[in-house]
Design a protein around this ligand. Sequence first.
Ligand code: FMN
Length: 364
Amino acid sequence: MSEEALRQAAAARKKDHIALARHSKRPEENDFDKIFLVRPTLPETISNSTNTECNFFGFRVQAPFFINAMTGGIEEGDSINRSLCKASEENGIPMAFGSASFVEINPDALEGFVEARKLTNQPVLVNVNANTDVKTVKLLVKSLDPIALQIHVNAVQELVMPEGNRNWIWKEKIGSIREAAGVPVIVKEVGFGFDVASIKALAEMGIEAVDVSGKGGTNFCDIENCRREKGDFSYLSECGFSTVQSLINARFARELLSLPEEEAIPLPEVIASGGIRNPLDILKSLALGAKWVGVSGQFLSTLLSSGEDALVEEIGEWKDQLSGLISLYGQSSTDSCQYIPWICDAELESYARQMARLISPGEI
Ligand SMILES: Cc1cc2nc3c(=O)[nH]c(=O)nc-3n(C[C@H](O)[C@H](O)[C@H](O)COP(=O)(O)O)c2cc1C
C-alpha cells in the first residue's frame, strides 16, 4: 500500500470508529451488577466535595476518573478532543488522546492534537500502538507533554478489523517505547480485558500501569465486524474478560508476584475501564483494587448527542455523586475505597474459584 493509501485508510477507520461507537448500543447490564458493596448503616462520615481528590501520576486532580482514549488526527476527532480537553479543564480531571500513532504516517496530524492540548492544564495521556516508531513517540511526548503514555494492545480488534495487523509480538516493542518515552507507561486493552499472566509479565517488565479495559461497554469486535463486508466475526462478540473479571485477575497477579519464591515485584498501578456507566461503577472499581477509572463510550455519547456543556455538567454530577457515595460507604478518601468490603453473585464467585485453581502453583 502506498503512504497516501495508508493515510486515507487510517483516517477512514478513525471516522468509522466514531460513527459506529456512536450508534452501537452498549450493554445496559454488565459484570459490575454482579458486585455488591457492603454499606455500613452507620457510616460515621460527613460528605465533603474534596474527598474525590487524588494524585494522578503525581498530579493533584479532582476525581479518580478520567476521559479515556478515543480519537484525534482527523478533523472530527480533533474537534471531539477539543471538547474533551475543555471538559477535563472545567472539571479538573485528566483526559487521554486517542491513538496518535497516526502522526507517524501523517505528520500534519500532530497540529490538531497540539491545538486541543492547549485547552487543558490538567494531565493528559497520549495513546500509541505498540508498533510505533520510537522517534514518533519522542516527538509526541515533546509536543504534547503527557503525564504518561498509553500503549494499546488490541489483538481481538486487529483480528476482526478488515485491515488488521496480525503480528502480536509486542513485549519487546513495549519495552523500547517505554525506554524512549521518558514518562510512565500504561499498557492498555481496548475492551477485551487482561488475563493474570499478561499482567504479571508487564509487572516483571517494570511497566508503571495497566489499564485492563475489559468487556462490558464499547465492543470493538462488533464495531470492526460492522466494517467487514460479510460481518462474519459476530461469534467473537463475547470474547475477552470483563472489567470486573480483569480486576479480579489483577488481584491474582499480585498474589503470584508476592509468592516467597518470587522476587518481590510490585503490581503496576491498575486502571479500570470498559463499561463504566455511572459513579457506582467507579466506586466498585476502586473497591476491587483500581487506582483510577477511565470512561470512554458514555462520555462520547453525551458529547455527541447533547454537546459540550452537557458533558461538562455530566462529569460535574459524577464527581458530586461519587463524593456522596464515598461517604455513604464509610470512606473519607479515594485511597481508602480499596478497603470497602464486597461480595459477588454465584457466577462471579465461580469465575474467581476456577481462576484461582488455574493459577495456583503446581497447576501452571
Ligand atoms: C470511538 C472510540 C475510539 C477509540 N479509540 C481508541 C484508541 O485510539 N486507543 C485506545 O487505546 N482505545 C481506544 N478506544 C477504546 C477506549 O479507550 C476504551 O478502552 C473502550 O472504549 C472501553 O471503554 P468504554 O466501555 O468506556 O467505552 C476507543 C473507543 C471509542 C469509543
